[in-house]
Write a protein that binds this ligand. Structure first.
Ligand code: SF4
Length: 295
């Protein structure tokens, strides 16, 4: 991966960004790898040398690194920060670095810091849930200690006080602690094995030049089409619906109009996976769009 500096950002940040890549130690797989879609992992490995990212676009991952340093400085009694644990699953070594473990002497609470957007925070976060439960499983296997709860400390990077005042489902503060369901250990272990198998199979398919397993709708972070009721002279929507008929009724009532906000696969279109230019699945959706626009 090549780090570019198109906007003359200070070299300190460039050096930090270059060092910033997630390490999985000596393990075969990291927790973040196995929970992410196999297609992304195979494409990232295949095109790693060609991948490029500008340091100016890495703000949030830089701040993520900074947060870990700050968190270590603010360590309280019973807190264990940034501990990497590794456990063998048959012939595969799986490892994960846990942001914060709070040990009360009997049980452990696991907390992971996430910089996220207000929109993302309101979506179903199965990946977060799976990741934290795998950490709980690692703690139990590697340390023999029970975990009492798993949670996320979300830092909402685009938080708006005004939105919080008018929308009850909007995060009410820029920092949110979210408790996640704690899975039985048997369920977690079955999930781990299933994910490792998927990644192994994708790797073999990739090595043989076969089509990779496609990303699912959840993997692609599908944002559904929505219908905003708007009025002339007003910047913000009166209300946003996921149903066009309901939007039309309100638009008639307030003498406004409906603006269609087309849904999209956010991870693909925003290239949050970093590999959309080499992804056959995404490129074929673009070709299909071109064809339907041309017909
Ligand atoms: S572009 Fe979309 S479909 Fe392709 S690897 Fe990335 S997330 Fe998956």
């Amino acid at each position: 991966m090549k780090i570019t500096n198109k906007h003359g950002v200070p070299e300190t940040l460039v050096a930090l960004a270059s060092r910033n890549y997630y390490s999985k130690g000596k393990s075969d797989y990291s927790v973040t790898e196995i929970i992410s879609p196999p297609q992304i992992q195979v494409l990232r490995r295949r095109h790693w040398e060609e991948m490029e990212q500008d340091v100016s676009e890495m703000l949030w991952s830089l701040l993520g690194s900074a947060l870990h340093v700050v968190a270590e400085r603010g360590q309280a009694e019973g807190h264990i920060t940034e501990q990497r644990l590794a456990v063998a699953v048959d012939d595969v070594l799986l490892s994960g670095a846990i942001d914060l473990q709070h040990d009360d002497g009997e049980e452990i609470t696991i907390t992971d810091y996430k910089f996220t957007s207000a929109w993302a925070l309101r979506q179903d976060k199965f990946e977060w849930e799976a990741q934290q439960n795998i950490y709980a499983w690692l703690v139990w296997k590697a340390k023999g200690r029970p975990v009492k709860s798993v949670r996320i400390c979300a830092l909402v990077r685009d938080w708006s006080r005004r939105e919080a005042q008018i929308k009850p489902d909007y995060p009410q503060a820029p920092i949110q602690v979210i408790e996640l369901p704690l899975w039985p250990l048997e369920r977690t272990e079955a999930y781990i094995r299933e994910r490792i198998d998927l990644h192994r199979e994708a790797k073999v398919r990739g090595d043989w030049g076969e089509d990779l397993p496609p990303c699912t709708e959840d993997d692609r972070w599908i944002r559904e089409t929505s219908y905003a009721v708007k009025k002339e002279g007003r910047k913000t929507a009166v209300r946003v619906f996921d149903n066009e008929d309901a939007a039309k009724v309100l638009a008639d009532e307030v003498k406004g109009f409906v603006e269609i906000r087309k849904g999209e696969a956010v991870r693909c279109t925003g290239n949050f996976c970093g590999v959309n230019q080499w992804c056959k699945q995404y490129q074929s959706t673009l070709e299909a769009k071109d064809e339907s626009a041309g017909s």
